[in-house]
Design a protein around this ligand. Structure first.
Ligand code: SAM
Length: 325
């Protein structure tokens, strides 16, 4: 099935394969993806676990990755490599605009994106809408940046379904960041054309939406489907890549979408140069290079699945063991 077929059901189904699951086995936390590969993190101890009305939250202390936040047993961030994700989801779009003032974050309850956005002096207002207040409150306990960013006078933290906020917003933001969980549970709605059309309406002229869009390596069909949804709302959609060792496959993608702005149109060199000294990943070379697409990613964005035969064979296996309905 190519991403062009039954796209909404593909996204709503959480992709071509079952969603990630995680579990502790002795001194190790394992995240299992596509029911075929596991990442193991050596634990010091579990620091917190609770079930909110939306998801299970846990924080672990690990020997090598520092503290780790999981939601529904999937790794959301580790102290060792969260900088890649948060720097690329914020500085790249913000430095592609001359004078961004207003930013909306959908999701982002850990405030990693908020921390990075507040480094931009031109930004006067950041609204963050996460469905689950418990994510922010738990992160305030374990990740020093959360409390600091959340207390900035420019930050406005709301706790609601992002779709509700975006329903009421019109021509309000220069940048909208979709920093959501994977396309499952409460996160599914944030990957569908209906939501992206509302985001497009909530942007000011020349505004940009960026969103995390999964991994091209292990979720080719899901990634292609997400871009298919996005293109129904934005005439200009491109994808950029980065590597986050504790995310599935280690190679992650983000979308850059706009009604009028190509990602290469503009780069605020002086601001990007100044920011580089505060970043561990983002810099002007990375900004330009991140949009270079390997051939297999180009195929995925064109709606093909370069791994079709292998994916189909794995799906047959999963069906045979009852892991796929
Ligand atoms: N920023 C982290 C990282 O480094 O990848 C992970 C993303 S953040 C923890 C994902 C957030 O999306 C969660 O806090 C979750 O509560 C939120 N979320 C999921 N569905 C949502 C929805 N429909 N509206 C608003 N927030 C949502």
């Amino acid at each position: 099935m190519s991403p062009n077929e039954h796209v909404p059901s593909m996204v709503q189904a959480g992709g071509y394969f079952p969603e990630a699951r995680g579990f502790v086995d002795g001194e190790w936390y394992y995240e299992e993806n596509v029911r075929a590969v596991r990442l193991g993190l050596r634990l010091q101890k579990k620091l917190h676990q609770e079930k909110s009305p939306f998801q299970t939250l846990a924080v672990y202390d690990t020997t090598f990755f520092g503290k780790v936040l999981t939601l529904d047993d999937a790794v959301m961030l580790t102290e060792r490599d969260e900088f890649v994700y948060h720097e690329m989801l914020t500085h790249l779009p913000l430095c592609s605009m001359a004078d961004p003032k207003s930013v909306l974050i959908i999701g982002g309850g850990d405030c990693g994106c908020l921390r990075e956005i507040l480094k931009h002096e031109s930004v006067t207002r950041v609204v963050q809408v996460d469905i689950d207040e418990r994510v922010t409150r738990v992160c305030e306990q374990f990740f020093p940046w959360t409390r600091q960013a959340a207390s900035d006078p420019r930050a406005e933290l709301l706790f609601d379904d992002g779709i509700h906020y975006i329903d009421k917003s019109e021509s309000e933001f220069d940048l909208i960041i979709v920093d959501s969980t994977d396309p499952k549970g409460p996160g599914v709605v944030l990957f569908l054309a209906d939501f992206y059309q509302k985001v497009a309406r909530a942007l000011k002229p020349g505004g940009v939406m960026v969103a995390q869009t999964e991994t091209p390596h292990w979720q080719a069909v899901m990634m292609g489907a997400i871009y298919q949804e996005m293109r129904q709302a934005f005439p200009l959609v491109s994808s950029y890549l980065g590597w986050i060792p504790t995310y599935p496959s280690g190679c992650w993608s983000w979308a850059y979408a706009s009604a009028s702005r190509q990602h290469g149109d503009y780069l605020d060199e002086p601001r990007a140069k100044k920011l580089e000294s505060t970043c561990l990943y983002y810099n002007r070379d990375v900004h330009r290079g991140a949009f270079a697409q390997p051939n297999f990613v180009k195929k995925i964005l064109a709606g093909e699945n370069p791994f079709r035969a292998l994916d189909e064979s794995h799906r047959r296996f999963l069906l045979s063991e009852g892991a796929l309905s």
